[in-house]
Design a protein around this ligand. Structure first.
Ligand code: ATP
Length: 339
């Protein structure tokens, strides 16, 4: 019997700094699965800006919209005025990748502040304070924070559907509606309204400052968090910090038509080119992509292999207290792949 495997076309953006290294490790793992994956390379970030004068060439956008999903390495955006806007932020808005999904989990063998953490932060990805609407008027700099009914509704629905689909019990709406009465007030009101459609999922609300403290002290109380763009960005780095660091935190940017998967960490210029970056976050982002494509089983098996290599501790990278290189880790993961 001949079995025809579904062919998936994947746009691959290696990015800047450690991006090409962790991407090479990720593609090595993916190439050692039994899936039919075609990788189409595209460029973005500081390296693309230096080469083409454009951090997000049109060709890259064309590649992303003509493939099944995009795997993106970290891209570096220099701070301050006079450079360019983050290509990731532009892509999230342009492709309406409205849901940013970031799971955080305690993993055996990972030195971390807390154990038994298993939470997901779902953040609105297209508006809030990240709209890029910043102005200088007189001697004041200002940024416009947009919270729309439409975007709040779709992210709330996404979060509750996610909780239901993944068998999770609770969604915590995180906001600051006591101070930001109009913007956070609207977000909070809509999330609470949508929650009524999901009586099987527990709903609670929390102020962002309280949430920040509780993530630091008792993160085990959280299941799914839904929040606005900037709050989610900050809370997710905090959640990464208490579960073993940025080298382990994956993410997905999902919209109705397109999806982009990337590690939470940045381009880490301090360790770039040394072959010592932890590729786990990038590989775990690829497992999220496989689950999005419907290849749940292979995604789970790769994650299990990562857990097993980390728990064993023989081939872990420097950030986890080991001395293995990026590719050593990837090779150890492939050795453990039970396909
Ligand atoms: P960017 O400007 O692209 O955001 P950054 O260095 O400011 O880069 P991160 O790249 O997120 O921010 O790095 C923060 C710290 O975490 C750095 O010290 C970096 O070396 C470390 N780090 C980030 N990712 C990894 C990784 N995959 N493996 C090991 N260490 C990492």
């Amino acid at each position: 019997m001949v079995i025809f495997l579904t062919k998936y076309k994947i746009a691959v953006i290696p990015g800047d700094g450690i991006g090409p290294e962790v991407m090479e490790a990720t593609l090595y793992v993916l190439n050692n699965t039994n899936l039919n994956l075609e990788f189409i390379k595209a460029e973005a970030g500081l390296s693309a800006w230096k080469k083409y004068g454009n951090p997000l060439p049109q060709e890259t956008i064309n590649t992303i919209v003509n493939t099944n999903a995009c795997l993106k390495g970290p891209t570096q955006t220099p701070p301050g005025p006079g450079t360019f806007r983050s290509p990731t932020v532009i892509l999230r808005q342009m492709l309406e990748l409205y849901a940013n999904v970031r799971p955080f989990k305690s993993r055996k063998g990972v030195p971390s502040i807390h154990n038994n953490v298993d939470m997901v932060i779902i953040r609105e990805n297209t508006e809030g304070l990240y709209t890029g609407l910043e102005y200088i008027i007189g001697d004041a700099a200002m940024a416009i924070r947009i919270i729309s009914k439409r975007a709040s509704e779709r992210i709330a629905r996404f979060a509750f559907n996610f909780a239901r689909r993944e068998g999770r019990k609770k969604v915590t709406i995180v906001h600051k509606a006591n101070v930001l009465k109009e913007t956070c007030g609207l977000f909070r009101g809509i999330c609470l309204e949508i929650s009524k459609e999901y009586p099987d999922v527990l709903c609670e609300e929390m102020l962002v400052d309280t949430a920040a403290m509780k993530i630091a002290m008792i993160p085990q109380i959280f299941d799914v968090i839904v929040t606005t763009n900037l709050f989610g960005d900050i809370l997710s780095d905090e959640a990464a910090g208490i579960t073993g660091g940025l080298g382990l935190a994956p993410s997905a940017n999902i919209g109705d038509k397109y999806a982009l998967f990337e590690a939470v960490h940045g381009s880490a210029p301090d360790i770039a080119g040394k072959g010592i970056a932890n590729p786990s976050a990038m590989i775990l982002s690829a497992t999220m992509m496989l689950k999005y494509l419907g290849e749940v089983d292979v995604g789970k098996r790769i994650e299990a292999a990562i857990d097993s290599v980390i728990a064993e501790g023989k081939y872990t990278t420097k950030d986890l207290g080991g001395s293995a290189g990026t590719m050593d880790f990837a090779k150890a993961v492939v050795e453990k792949l039970n396909l």
